[in-house]
Design a binder for this molecule. Sequence first.
Ligand SMILES: CCCC/C=C/CC(=O)SCCNC(=O)CCNC(=O)[C@H](O)C(C)(C)COP(=O)(O)OP(=O)(O)OC[C@H]1O[C@@H](n2cnc3c(N)ncnc32)[C@H](O)[C@@H]1OP(=O)(O)O
Length: 289
Amino acid sequence: MALAAARRLLLHAGSRLGRREAVDGARRFANKRVLVETEGPAGVAVMKLRNPPVNSLSLECLTEFTISLEKLENDKSIRGVILTSECPGIFSAGLDLLEMYGRNPAHYAEYWKNVQELWLRLYTSNMILVSAINGASPAGGCLLALCCDYRVMADNPKYTIGLNESLLGIVAPFWFKDMYVNTIGHREAERALQLGTLFSPAEALKVGVVDEVVPEDQVHSKARSVMTKWLAIPDHSRQLTKNMMRKATADSLIKQREADIQNFTSFISKDSIQKSLHMYLEKLKQKKG
Ligand SMILES: CCCC/C=C/CC(=O)SCCNC(=O)CCNC(=O)[C@H](O)C(C)(C)COP(=O)(O)OP(=O)(O)OC[C@H]1O[C@@H](n2cnc3c(N)ncnc32)[C@H](O)[C@@H]1OP(=O)(O)O
């Protein structure tokens, strides 16, 4: 209920959290955790995640992200979105571990419903989505990039990308897996999912997790030039083709959303899984000290 109310509030431009501004002819709207600017090629928005320190996809971040996408989908002048990050060195650390640890089943169910919602909206978007991956992109961060039509990654060996869930002692859901298989093929996905591989940019390019690797200072200009190429294709034929390629994968979740929420909730509530997450969080903390 509270989230639905927040959603209504945010959808209204000019509300306290969602504001629309005119800056040098470019339009922008900003929530706390997502900034959207319409600059560069006509009809293109740049969406920047800004949920420091690591752009983890908290419930609030997911909600703001979904609402921003919804706004762009409803704006008929927007044909393409470049998805990137405002947090230095991090594209997104993926799902927020603190939303999946030490909470109650109702919270897990609510969180997962919002993860599904963002994924469905991104994966089935009619807009052209290009990701400018300017930092680390594990698990849910990789998922965001995989939803895009084209992925450009910064050539920095410190940045890695992949579905690393198995390293955390958790299992990527079937729709994460389906999208991985669609992108890199069954054999590579099978190996990478079991090992929880986090690929360097060069490896990610080789296996097909990303489409292009460029020097870090060229990620945005490359994403823009890719977008220009895709904008030259008539929308109706490109959209119908995208739908043809992605519908079966999206439908398999749509048909069993409730069951998928139940699966997630009972899996993540298990003591053994909570223990694994606890250990992983401790490892992240120790890395610092
Ligand atoms: C059926 C179940 C399926 C569920 C599917 C889940 C998919 C997921 O997305 S699970 C999330 C997987 N994510 C990760 O494994 C990433 C973990 N994080 C990292 O590897 C690193 O943080 C980083 C490479 C992203 C960044 O490294 P950096 O050295 O810059 O920062 P840190 O000092 O490690 O982190 C800063 C701060 O942020 C906290 N944090 C990091 N990741 C997450 C996260 N995903 N959720 C929540 N919080 C996170 C980290 O603990 C630090 O917190 P403190 O400052 O409080 O210590």
